[in-house]
Ligand binder design. Structure first.
Ligand code: ZN
Length: 49
């Protein structure tokens, strides 16, 4: 997401729900498309690993 949202979690499994919640509250998204999930996962890997 290109909104500057940042959060932290120990694992992707903890992080994804936070991202989903942010997408709902800040962007009004009811679900995250698969292609966006892949982008998010790519960003997570760059930042965390
Ligand atoms: Zn956002």
């Amino acid at each position: 997401m290109n909104c500057g949202f940042e959060t932290s979690a120990k694992t992707k499994e903890e992080l994804m729900p936070k991202i989903v919640e942010h997408a709902k509250t800040a962007h009004g998204m009811t679900s995250i498309p698969d292609d966006m999930k892949k982008k998010v996962e790519g960003a997570i890997k760059k930042k965390m690993f």
